[in-house]
Design a protein around this ligand. Structure first.
Ligand code: ATP
Ligand code: MG
Length: 368
């Protein structure tokens, strides 16, 4: 044992490519952090587990996620897994964890790594471009997803869902985003720290309220510039001048949409990590779903899962005042980037032929 503290990680492999990419991330993280630093506690859950046992999120799994230091999740969802009433189980596991652990900030870094081509030519690193490096913070517990499961369909004619924006829900996610912008320390080329509020304040009262609460919280962060963008306009800006952005906070549905758009500009879902964070818990998983079309064939890219592990290490390092763990995270990120930059191993979703297991070995080999 090293003299460093160790961390217990509730680990849910889940469905589809979940097990393959989770095992890859576990191998890389364990190697980077050294023996005894991380204890992966395997717990069941997901659509496949529902088919086998009748439970999506077993009590023991929820308990582990609540009590251990962090949660690492593969992916949830299987085509054909349905409840007795015929509705899809889908990624219910993930949704339940989100609400039960109150993971209100869904953090999606959008960063163009060396060796990855961006479809945006002016920003492509291979083209000596300006680079892309910003973070989307998606509100994860309310907004347009608040009526989850409780939307109504009237006589087969009219359907409605509700958009809920609360002061509590907005101020905590805004505070998280401003704090992140202040800690990123001016990642922008102009040296500024900027937090952009993405909404539709011109059309809907709920979004106007979202904006006004963000504005109020801004008073606590005088060093960070506040900026506003309508959700439709930002889809254009994220393609034309992504280097303007530092941190973006968005209502749940808008955050979902612009995160996928952002991911597409830096190589896609197979490379994009995510962290869902609340005051007491953090859950980390790749931004992609369970990709059943390629599951079990060693074709998935483990990069998103590994980079989600990097986010987990940084979150733990911060929370527990453990800078050594932060350095291990940096080493994993550098190893991933060096493999992608060398170009000998290219995952399938980036147009190559490298298998999940080969990519894992290459990244393990690159860990300095
Ligand atoms: P969800 O409903 O959970 O968002 P989805 O149906 O949107 O899932 P994903 O599983 O995210 O779909 O992926 C869409 C497609 O992208 C997959 O079918 C797969 O072909 C490809 N893909 C996703 N993740 C990866 C990965 N890690 N490596 C390689 N290809 C991937
Ligand atoms: Mg999807």
């Amino acid at each position: 044992m090293s003299g460093h503290p160790s961390y217990r990680i509730a680990t849910i492999e889940g469905d589809g490519i979940g097990p393959e990419v989770t095992r890859s991330a576990m191998a890389v993280l364990a190697e980077a952090c050294g023996a005894g630093r991380l204890d992966f506690v395997m717990v069941p859950g997901g659509a496949g587990h529902y088919q086998a046992s009748g439970e999506v999120l077993p009590e023991e799994t929820l308990k582990a996620c609540r009590e251990l230091d962090a949660t690492l999740h593969g992916a949830a969802g299987l085509p054909g897994a349905t409840y007795p009433d015929g509705t899809e189980v889908g990624n219910e596991l993930h949704l339940q964890l989100r609400f039960k652990l109150d993971l209100y900030a869904n953090v999606r870094p959008i960063k163009l790594l060396k060796g990855v081509r961006s479809p945006l030519r002016d920003f492509d690193a291979g083209n000596a471009g300006r680079g892309i490096d910003y973070v989307i913070v998606r509100e994860n517990t309310e907004g347009l997803y608040a009526s989850r499961g409780a939307g109504v369909l009237l006589r087969g004619e009219v359907a409605s869902d509700s958009l809920v924006v609360t002061r509590k829900g907005t101020s905590r996610v805004a505070r998280f985003a401003f704090d992140l912008a202040s800690k990123r320390g001016g990642a922008l080329s102009d040296g500024k720290q900027r937090m952009t509020v993405c909404d539709k304040a011109n059309i809907l009262r709920s979004y106007a309220f979202f904006r006004s609460v963000c504005e109020e919280v801004h008073a606590e962060f005088p060093g960070v510039e506040i900026d506003y963008a309508y959700a439709d306009a930002i889809t254009v800006h994220l393609l034309k001048r992504p280097d303007f952005y530092d941190v973006i906070v968005a209502e749940n549905m808008f955050g979902d949409i612009i995160s996928d758009l952002g991911a597409a500009t830096v190589g896609g879902m197979g490379i994009s990590p995510s962290g869902e964070i609340g005051d007491g818990h953090g859950l980390f998983q790749g931004a992609h779903g369970s990709a059943p079309d390629i599951a079990g064939r060693d074709l998935a890219s483990p990069v998103a899962a590994i980079l989600s592990g990097v986010m987990m290490l940084r979150w733990l390092a911060d929370r527990h005042g453990d800078p050594a763990l932060g350095k291990d995270a940096d080493r994993v990120e550098r190893a991933v980037e060096s493999v992608l930059e060398a170009g000998d191993f290219v995952p399938t979703d980036l147009g190559g032929k490298t298998r999940c297991s080969e990519m894992t070995q290459a990244i393990l080999g690159a860990l300095a």
